[in-house]
Design a protein around this ligand. Structure first.
Ligand code: UD1
Length: 457
């Protein structure tokens, strides 16, 4: 049976803030989980749809609050957006303004990436700066420098990034080297170059599968992008793009999260559709620590119960290294591994805040700088916990699935932004998990502390 067919189309945002998840841990999972389309592809492909004045029919779109919010950003630009099930229809034939709304862009970092497509299409864009967030400062200097190299004038005033092409013409192809292989900067510049005059070469480009997905989407509209998925991307600008029907790749981070859910509960589960090649570092680490994973066919993984979990060393890196988005879920898993693990977060500067919440569940983790030292414990015990960002929240839910007794998780607004009905999918795998309304005093969380920063990653 395909479990996703019976998942209700939950209305996400309104109920999330006042709800908590109650989890009764210690129950093994079983069955099949259908993996949704990739969040980070969906968001940037929505930005990419601004490049085209025809119809974009996008399939396999995950049901996420972030997708809803990105739709609102596009609507505010005058773009027609309609969403039904996992299909999104976008028509940007009539972009009525080049200025994106402050209150939405500051909540959703990926919406800033649309500066590339708006500028390419209109020759002018005004984008509020996305600002820092719970996991780090997250500058946009590489986006800005790349656009300047393509001939744009860019000024940052009053928190707005104002960009325009002098003389009202097109951006010009350029050779751009990125100091660090930023996913967002690669995507912004790739979109900008799609409609530029001449050839753009992006060196030290991000190699993430979502970058290649965006390139495939643009190419399906008639763009000429080569090398996406490698560190050198070449884009030959074209005058215009045409309508498209495109399906988004499966979410590798959702897949990894369910793999860890299976591993931490010592379960057997089946996951599809997946692209195993997108998960090489995650699967390798799981196997290394003792979790058997079998590739069943080209798009299906079977995870078997581990006998024992062994400690390991993890360092997060740009793709194809170990993904920073899987760091928090793995930390939850390693709390129950035999021995001492070390996790080094080298992509973001402040992405270990879940460690103290995991300790609340009985884990033994010390954090020094960007390293977490995880001493395995025999068991976790349920407690109230708070998620500080999307992946930290997933880690706490996973730990709750393994912890003895009841865990109350607060931070559903993070989870709903980036996971397509995670609690319902876990419920269908046999987890004892329930979303309940909780009365919370404004400004104070259920365990008495002040609420964490809420911005999407
Ligand atoms: C994307 C993903 C996010 C993931 C991250 C790293 C989306 C919507 N989000 O975020 O889930 O965790 O990649 O895989 O796709 N940097 C600069 N200057 C810049 C841009 C980035 O210094 O102009 C730095 C960042 O501070 C960070 C590093 O580059 O330390 C990587 O960030 P980046 O790859 O840009 O992440 P995002 O694209 O924001």
């Amino acid at each position: 049976m395909n479990p996703s067919t019976s998942l209700p189309d939950a209305k996400l945002a309104p109920q999330a803030d006042s709800s908590v998840l109650q989890i009764w841990g210690g129950h093994p999972l079983h069955g099949h989980v259908k993996i949704s389309g990739a969040k980070n592809s969906a968001l940037v492909i929505m930005a990419g749809a601004l490049l085209c004045s025809g119809d974009c029919h996008i399939r396999n779109v995950p049901l996420l609050a972030d997708v809803e919010k990105m739709g609102q950003v596009l609507s505010a630009l005058g773009v027609r957006v309609s969403h039904q099930g996992d299909i999104l229809d976008i028509n940007a034939s009539n972009i009525t303004t080049s200025k994106a709304p402050y209150e939405l862009v500051t909540q959703l970092r990926a919406s800033f990436f649309a500066i590339g497509s708006i500028l390419a299409r209109l020759g002018v864009a005004q984008m509020p700066l996305p600002g820092g967030c719970a996991i780090g400062a997250r500058p946009v200097d590489l986006h800005v420098r790349g656009l300047q190299a393509m001939g744009a004038e860019v000024q940052i005033e009053h928190g707005i990034c104002n960009a325009y092409v002098p003389g009202g013409g097109r951006l010009k192809g350029a050779k751009i080297y990125l100091d660090t292989p930023s996913v967002g900067a690669t995507e912004t510049l790739m979109m900008a170059a799609t409609l530029a005059d001449g050839e753009t070469i992006i060196e030290n480009a991000a190699r993430e599968p979502e970058v290649a997905d965006l390139a495939n989407f643009c190419n399906a509209m008639g763009a000429k992008i080569h090398g996406a998925g490698t560190s050198i991307i070449t884009i030959v600008g074209v005058p215009q793009l045409h309508s498209v029907d495109y399906s988004i790749i499966p979410d590798r981070i959702e897949t990894g999260t369910f793999l860890v859910a299976g591993a931490i509960t010592r379960s057997e589960i089946l996951l599809s559709p997946v692209v195993p090649d997108h998960l090489i570092p995650v699967i390798a680490k799981l196997r290394e620590i003792g979790v058997p994973i079998i590739e069943e066919g080209p798009d299906c993984l079977r995870l078997l119960p581990a006998e024992t979990l062994k400690a390991t060393y993890i360092e997060t890196m740009p793709h194809p290294g170990f993904p920073t988005d899987m760091q928090a879920p793995f930390m939850a898993l390693l709390t129950l591994a035999e021995g001492d693990s070390i996790i080094n977060e080298s992509v973001f500067e402040n992405r270990l805040r879940h460690a103290s919440e995991l300790n609340r569940l009985g884990a033994d983790i010390r954090v020094k700088g960007n390293a977490a030292f995880v001493r395995g414990v025999p068991m976790l015990s349920g407690a109230p916990v708070i998620g500080t960002d999307l992946r930290a929240s997933a880690a706490l839910v996973l730990a709750g699935l393994a912890a003895e007794g009841q865990t109350t998780f607060q931070g559903l607004h993070h989870l709903d932004r980036g996971y397509d009905r995670l609690d319902l999918k876990l419920l269908q795998l046999g987890a004892k998990i329930k979303r309940v309304q909780e009365v919370v005093t404004p400004g104070v969380t259920s365990n008495g502390s002040t609420p964490p920063v809420t911005i999407s990653t």
